[in-house]
Structure formats: C-alpha cells, structure tokens
Design a protein around this ligand. Sequence first.
Ligand code: AMP
Ligand code: ZN
Length: 175
Amino acid sequence: ESCRCPFPSVCKILWLNPCKFSFFRVMIEENYTKERKIPMSDCIFCKIIAGEIPSATIYENDEFKVILDRFPSGEGHALILPKNHVPNVFEIDPAQAGRAYALAAKLARAMKEVLGFTDMNILQNNGPIAGQTVFHFHIHLIPRREDDGINVTWTPGEPTDEQIAAVQAKLTNLI
Ligand code: AMP
Ligand code: ZN
C-alpha cells in the first residue's frame, strides 16, 4: 500500500517511514473509501442518467448513455456511462467493461469521420489518485489534434531486467 499521507516529506525529514502519521492515514483512507462507496443518490452521473441533471447525450441504448463532457479537453470529448451505478474498473462486471469498450471502438471511428480529427486517447480513471473525480465508471473519448495542449504522459522508468522479472513473477497467472 503506497503512502497517501499529505506530509510524506515530514516523515522523510524525521527519518520515519511514510505513513507514520496514522491519524492522517486513517482520515485519508476513510475519505478514499467514502468516495469509492458514494451512494447512487449522490452520484452526478446517476442523476444525469435519471434525467435529473441535464446533459448533452450523443448516444443511448439500454445499457449505456454517452454524453459530452461538460468541461471538455476539446471538441468532441465524450463520456461513456453505464446506466447502472458501478464505481470503477475494480467493481464493474468484466463483460460489461467489454461492451463499454466495444461501444468506444464504434463511436471513435464514427466521431472521427464527423469531426475530422485523426487521433484519440481513450482514458478511464479509477480512484482519486488516478484522477477519478466522478465515482461512477466512465470511459473518456478524447479526440486528439496537432498542438491541442493535452498532456497524457509519465516519466519512463528504467528498471533492470531483474526488476522486470520480479514484477513479472508477481503478476503471472493471476487470472
Ligand atoms: P474523471 O476525472 O475521470 O472522474 O472524469 C470526470 C469527468 O466528468 C470530467 O472530465 C468532468 O469534466 C466531467 N463532468 C463533471 N460534471 C459533469 C457534468 N455535469 N456533465 C458532464 N460531464 C461532467
Ligand atoms: Zn452513479
């Protein structure tokens, strides 16, 4: 479990392992759990699906609603929402996740034709550390254009072959 303490640098200065501030750790864990277990009645996407909050719907079937992001990265930024409340990839039925991605693939090529962009990021955030702010599973369809200023990057690590093998050993044959 990685440290979610807001003061990891204090721990480092005091030569404590991160997460020695158990008070903060508990507080953060509670918030984390609360966010992930947010009830349907407080969920903004459930409200959108129920028609209680307006949205710009671009596609709908029995299982999914696809809306335009209200604060888009650019023209055509859309969100695929399952109509049932499910918080994230850790809890969604894998078969439903498959259907959501099949829909993403269909929409991506149709949108490309109409809007005239060439590239796309498909993103899906799970948990606050991963940037999830609405705790109802959703797939972002993000059209990409030259010099659009969108930044989806990380610093590439440089593990040794041994380190790669250790991770491989941990993760092989899990499912
Ligand atoms: P995430 O950070 O992956 O949880 O993404 C949540 C997305 O929902 C963000 O891109 C927001 O701009 C978007 N969003 C928040 N409120 C609304 C809303 N009322 N209608 C449409 N999109 C929304
Ligand atoms: Zn919901």
